[in-house]
Design a protein. Sequence first.
Length: 129
Amino acid sequence: MQVNSMSPNQQTAFGALKFNSDKVKASLLNRLTREEKVELETLIEGQKSLKHTDIDVFNYPAGTDKLFARVSHDRQPIGFPPIEREEGWYRYNFKSPINFIKSLCQDAVRMENNVVERLKFLEAHKNMR
């Protein structure tokens, strides 16, 4: 998907990166330079491999231009006991949208790696019984 040719009315999710509305997505994308849009495409490709982690970007309070994001993972992957929930909350300061997205993606990858390691441990423990 070409980020720099997207209209605000196209889908609101890129892999694990999800926007709660087209307005929120457009608010971030319109602040990106051409080079940052290319960089965003690379970040989006990396997020497509995340299976347990989501990045939600939203307005709060609703209807304002204040953007927040939450990075979180599944509480209970199918076939496993609950995993301790981990969340990261971020407030966007409108200075650097690409750095905001980068920090979200980095935290999502870190959380995903934690979940995968935990699932490997649980699978090994299950096989030992």
